[in-house]
Every structure is written in C-alpha cells, then in structure tokens.
Design a protein around this ligand. Structure first.
Ligand SMILES: Nc1ncnc2c1ncn2[C@@H]1O[C@H](COP(=O)(O)OP(=O)(O)OP(=O)(O)O)[C@@H](O)[C@H]1O
Length: 717
C-alpha cells in the first residue's frame, strides 16, 4: 500500500512523488504480494503480515475480511439499501455529488485518457457516483453504474476507499492488495474529502483499468504517483469548491434575508405613511385643537383647529413656542414635565385676547430615562364655559350649594344672588376673571328654570363676524362655510331657559343694538332670514370689565348697560376673601383626589402661609390649577411649599426689597427684627429644600441654633 505521509494539500501533492518509495511500485513487490495473496487464500492459517513487502494495515484488513466471511471471488452487485434509504443518502450528499460530477466533467479528458474510473463513496462506503467505463472489468457483471452499492470491508473486503476512510488519509492499493480478486490487476488511489469541521464525509477514488497480470515497471511508476496525486488534488479542489459553494449559499441566503427585511421595511414604511396620513386627516377633522410640543415648549405639530385657536399661519408654526401663549403663572409646562396625563384650565394669550381653555396634557416620556420627550396638548375648540355647557347637555351643573365660601362679603353677595334668582329680570355679574361668575349664572339658572337649557356664549372667544350668527343663527346658504340647512343661534336654543353672555364687554357695538332690540321684543330673525321668531329666555350677562367706564368712553351702549345692570352682582377677588383661600384649596384637593381615588393630602402650615400671601391674579381658577399641580407633585400626605408652582414661591418670598424701598404700609411689620429673622430662616429653608443643615449653612449659624429658632418661631420644615 502506498499513502501520503503528509496532510493533503498543495505541499502534500508536491511531495507525493518524493515520498512514494520507488521500491513500493516495483514488479518485484507486485509479485511478492500476489504470492502472499495466493498463499493466504489457499491456506487459512497463513499470516500475511510476515511476508516481505506486505503492508501491515492491508494484512490486518485481509484477516478481518476473511474473518467476516467475505468471498474474495465475488463483487458486490446488489444494494442492500432500500430505495428510500438510498434516495435519502443521495439527497443528503447532493451538493457533494453535483460538485464532483462537474469537476469530473472538467477533467473528463484526462480521466478517460488515463483509463481511470472515478468513484465517490460516502463515509459509510455507499457509492454516490462513478464515472468512466467499467467494461474492461471482465469480472464485473454487465454494469453501467455501480451507484447505490454499499461497498465496505464486510461486503468486499480490503479496498482503497475503505482503508482511506479508516486511516483518514490518501491510500493507494496495488492490484493484489485488494481482497477481491476482481480488482487484482488494478491500482486504486483514494483520497478523503473533509467537511468544514474537518470531519471526513467522503472518499474520492481512481481505479485504473486492469493491467497485465504483472504490469511493467514503467507502467507501475507512471500510474502509481500520477493517480494518487491526481485524486488527492481533486479531493482538495472539491473541498474548496464545497466550501465556496457553502459560502455562496450563505451569502445568497443572507441576500435573500436582506431583501425580505427590505420588503418588510418597505411594508412598514408604507403602513407608517398610511397611518400618518390617516392620523393627519383625523387631526384635521377635529374640532379640538391638538398641539405637539417638545420639552421646551417648541411647537412641533399643530392641527388646523389648533392654528385657529392660536391664530397661527402654517408657515409660522415651527418657529413658535407654546410659552408665548401662556400666562406667567401657568403650570402647564411644569405639569407636562412631570409626565402626568392631566386636564387643566388655562388662560391663553392670543394677540390682545385672553381666552380660557380646558387643556388636556398628554406627556410622552422616554422609556429608559422617564424624561419628557414631547407632549400633546388638546384644547377644547370653544371656551371653557361653552364646553361645560356642551358636556352638561345644555344644562348648568352648578347650584348654590356647590359654591364654597366662608367670607362675609362673599356670602352676602351669594344671598343677594339667591334673591335675584327669584326675579325674572336680566342679571349682570361682575368680577375679575376666574372669580366664579359663570358658577353664579349656573346656580341662578338652576333656581329659575332648572329644566330649561343653559346656553353660554363667550363674546370674547370668537371672531366678531361669527358672534352674530352664533347668537342669532342663520338660514341655509347665507354665507360661505355655512351649513346648507341653516343653524339656530344660541338665543333660539336658549328658549325656555337661560342665555349666559360671558364677556359681554367684548360684544361689538353694532350687535349690542340688535341684542337690545331682542331683549325688548323677545323675538329674533336668523342671519339671512326674513321671518321673526318668538323667544323666551332669561339673560345673565357677565364681565370682568368696568362697563360703566366703557359707557363713558362710548365703548358700550348706555341703553343696553342700563337694561342689563338692573340687578348687578359683584364677586370679590379671591385675595380679598381671607380664609376662603384655605377653604377652597382644601375643597379642590379633596375633590380632585376623590375623583382619582387617591389619598387626600393636607396642606402644611408653611404651604398654607405661601398660598394666603399670594395675590391670586387668576382667582379661584388659578387656585384650582395650583392645587392640581400640588396634588400631582406631593410625595407623602403633606403638601409642602416645594409642591407649589415656582411663581407662588417667587412672589411670596417673605421680604421684597422693593416693598421696603417703596414704603409699603406693612414695612413697619416687616422691619421688626424678629420678623426679619423669621423671614430669613424661611427663605433659607426654601432655598435649601427644607434641609436644615444646608439652611444653617446659608444663614451662617450652627444647626443646633437653627433647630432652636425653628422651634421658637414655630416654623415647620
Ligand atoms: N366659590 C367657588 N366654589 C367652588 N368653585 C369655584 C368657586 N368659584 C370659582 N370656582 C371654580 O373656579 C373656576 C372658574 O370659575 P368661573 O368660570 O365661574 O369663573 P369666571 O369668573 O366665569 O371666569 P371668566 O371671567 O374667566 O369667565 C371654575 O372651575 C369654578 O368651578
């Protein structure tokens, strides 16, 4: 037997000619092995390993073959594999077979010229492919192909491929070395084919055409190295080809995967565009303004209703910030940053106008950091009062019992309102913004005609040109944008109930005349109409302006003023209502917490002090929003000063230099040393977030002194 000492590969192929001992391919050796074989086959006791020239591996294989009862005079002609088993094996090795076939095609001429037969065996000895003519093998029955036969030591004894698979290296068998007599005139060269993991998966074999009984020395020396070198080289080429094929397959699988992902991305993108345009369409159809802002208040997106509310043109949107439309004491951005989904009542400053809106804040926070990413603000399309009106189905929800106060003057006004409620006259309610004018109107309505409609119109909340049609209604097709069938106005809808005209001071003068006539005649004509219609309603008007002054400046009709102001109620501002601030704060905290099923926190004395010192320019509405903010920021069950919005903390700083300079009437009190010390301690605590050691450091006194003073002044921290 001849074999390559080195691993197969380019260097191995080069060396094959050097490592094959010329002795191994001599006629002498051939004949010696042939003699040994004859002796071995004739005499069962013969040990072939003792013979000169005999290869020990071959000798061992002969002995094993005989022990297994292999008939040396026959060849395998029947496959003992079922067709299914064979199909499975061929399928499993499909790539290897195809690659070998195409390689054999490329080398066909050489193979044919040399008279070689090429075999491909799987690792178990199943012939996967054979190429070349079998005709010259007289002992092989009429075979075209031996594909599918299982040829191993058990069936055909010692063969080149069997030893190659067993020894895991290229092997060459000289004719008589084959156990089977049918091949004793051929030289067989076999090389293993390894898979990617270095495991042997097959063997490639060249079998020479039968030679003369004892071939010439020269023939032996030509065929021997040539066939072993060629088969080893082809095995290496096959391995490389298979590796390339596999890489190619992986690449095309990866390419296929990439194009699947690309298709999915395209589909997702298309869906996204569809959803986006559907959302845009939905937003465009909404009556409510929807504004998306970034954490600094910069407007990112706004729908048409939002643009109408903020009076913005599409080209201005991206450069505007929501803070431009909010009052200085607004809590909106603070609440948005807190990440709570909440609805607040806010005053919007749009040009010279001041409108109140219910604004629902929907913050979107980053999952990992919980920082605000953006917030969606939803504004009601009409002013707060109108929205309340819609919600309650044209019914006022508030009664006198719902109006909270302990203040003497306020209660006096409330008693008067109850008496007015029994009169059929028009009522005028005056008071600063947010003092509760609409609340009064609803309460009066609920005494006078609780079953009737309560129609609220805010004269300042809509463009002047729309007020007329809003109040008096219009006939079909009267103006562009009008509904085809026409629409009744709020006066017509208030029939049998109350018409609440809020911000009456903003009603255009020309409309004031029409309103006056309606009040006198109790009939209306729709815009674009030609018939009068009888209407019966109570009128309650409200204003935060000085109407009398406006009359003097010819900004309000005198006759209408007198008609409206027969019964006038004036609601005092919150800052003049003493203990009402605390009472209302607790009322709002309780209502809000109950609504959400939360524990009800109490106000710390320090927080109470802050809110009673504050001037409340936005009155009860502002107080209500402040309490919503406090409840949303409190940790535990005590609302402390740090839970109040910054504008309160700033405004209520205990001592203001301007006050001292301006000779404020309380300056004497303030300059009392004790008061100053107390104020300094409170200010330090405020800056130190109530952390006493830090406050002591700010004040430049020891902690124990500060603790003593906190006790003396009864300051809560
Ligand atoms: N005495 C009160 N008791 C309970 N809630 C009150 C009281 N006064 C006002 N509120 C609440 O304060 C908010 C503002 O009240 P309202 O809208 O009646 O004020 P307004 O004077 O009509 O404001 P504007 O002049 O801006 O229209 C409402 O949410 C109302 O429920």
């Amino acid at each position: 037997m001849t074999f390559m000492k080195h691993d197969q590969g380019t260097s191995g192929i080069q060396e094959i000619y050097c490592t094959i001992n010329r002795e191994l391919l001599s006629r002498e050796r051939w004949q010696a092995i042939l003699r040994c074989k004859q002796d071995f086959l004739q005499n069962e006791a013969e040990d072939p390993s003792k013979y000169p020239y005999m290869d020990q591996e071959v000798a061992a294989s002969w002995i094993r073959s005989r022990r297994r009862g292999v008939n040396p005079y026959s060849v395998v002609t029947n496959s003992n594999l079922t067709p299914e088993e064979l199909a499975g094996i061929l399928n499993k090795n499909r790539r290897l077979i195809d690659a070998t076939r195409s390689l054999a095609d490329s080398f066909k001429e050489i193979i044919m010229a040399c008279g070689y037969i090429l075999y491909l065996f799987d690792k178990n000895g199943v012939i996967l492919l054979n190429e070349g003519s079998l005709e010259s093998f007289a002992s092989l029955p009429e075979f075209d192909s031996r594909t599918g036969l299982l040829v191993n030591e058990d069936s055909e004894g010692t063969t080149a491929h069997e030893l190659c698979l067993r020894l895991k290296r290229p092997v060459q068998l000289l004719g008589p070395e084959h156990y089977c007599v049918a091949f004793q005139n051929s030289i067989a060269s076999a090389a293993p084919i390894k898979n990617n993991n270095g495991q042997i998966q097959a063997a490639l074999v060249f079998v020479s055409q039968p030679l003369l009984n004892t071939p010439e020395e020269e023939t032996l020396r030509k065929i021997g190295p040539h066939s072993l070198g060629l088969v080893t080289a082809l095995a290496v080429v096959l391995e490389t080809q298979l590796r390339l094929n596999m890489a190619g397959n992986l690449l095309s699988e990866a390419n296929e995967q990439v194009s699947i992902y690309q298709r999915q991305i395209q589909i997702a993108n298309d869906k996204f565009i569809t959803i986006h345009s559907a959302l845009d369409t939905a937003l465009n159809c909404m009556d409510e303004g929807v504004v998306t802002i970034d954490p600094n208040g910069q407007i990112l997106h706004i729908n048409p209703a939002g643009m109408r509310i903020l009076k913005l043109r599409p080209d201005e949107v991206s450069s505007r910030n929501i803070n431009e439309f909010l009052g200085s004491n607004s809590c909106l951005m603070l609440l948005a940053k807190k990440g709570e989904n909440i609805t607040v009542e806010e005053r919007l400053l749009v040009g010279n106008d001041r409108y109140f809106y219910h604004i629902n804040i929907r913050p979107v926070v980053q999952q990992s950091t919980q920082d605000l990413e953006l917030a969606v603000l939803k504004f009601s399309s009409e002013k707060v009062s109108a929205q309340q009106n819609n919600k309650s189905g044209s019914m006022a929800v508030c009664t006198f019992e719902g109006i909270v106060s302990e203040n003497k003057d306020f209660i006096k006004g409330l008693e008067l309102a109850k008496r007015f409620a029994r009169s059929p006259e028009n009522i005028l309610v005056t008071g600063e913004s947010g003092t509760g004018k609409e609340l009064y109107a609803q309460a009066i309505h609920n005494v006078r005609c609780p079953q009737g409609p309560f129609m609220a119109v805010n004269c300042a909340a809509m463009p002047r040109e729309l007020i007329e049609s809003e109040l008096f209604g219009y006939e079909g097709g009267s103006f562009t944008g009008a509904e085809r069938s026409g629409r009744p106005g709020k006066i017509e809808l208030a029939h049998g109930g109350t018409l609440f005209l809020d911000e009456i001071g903003d009603m255009p003068l020309e409309l004031q005349a029409v309103l006056l006539r309606t009040l006198e005649d109790k009939q209306i004509m729709r815009v674009g109409g030609s018939r009068y219609k009888k209407v019966d309603f109570y009128l309650i008007a409200a204003t935060n302006k000085n109407l009398y002054q406006m009359v003097k400046e010819n900004l309000f009709r005198e006759d209408l003023y007198y008609r409206l102001s027969v019964l006038t109620l004036t609601i005092p501002p919150l800052r003049e209502r003493g203990n009402d601030i605390k009472l209302l704060s607790e009322h709002f905290i309780e209502n809000y917490c109950r609504k959400h099923g939360w524990n009800i926190p109490r106000l710390s004395p320090a927080a109470q002090k802050k809110i009673t010192e504050y001037q409340w320019p936005g009155n009860v509405r502002q107080l209500q929003n402040t309490m919503i903010y406090a409840v949303n920021t409190v940790q535990g069950d005590v609302i402390k000063p740090e839970n109040l919005p910054d504008f309160i903390l700033m405004e209520t700083c205990p001592l203001k230099v301007e006050d001292i300079k301006n000779g404020n009437k309380h300056v004497g009190d303030m300059l009392c040393l004790e008061n100053l010390e107390k104020a300094a301690i409170e200010t330090a605590l405020l800056h130190a977030n109530n952390y006493v050691p830090d406050a002591a450091e700010i004040l430049g006194i020891s902690r124990s002194t500060l603790y003593r003073k906190l006790k003396d002044y009864d300051i809560e921290y």
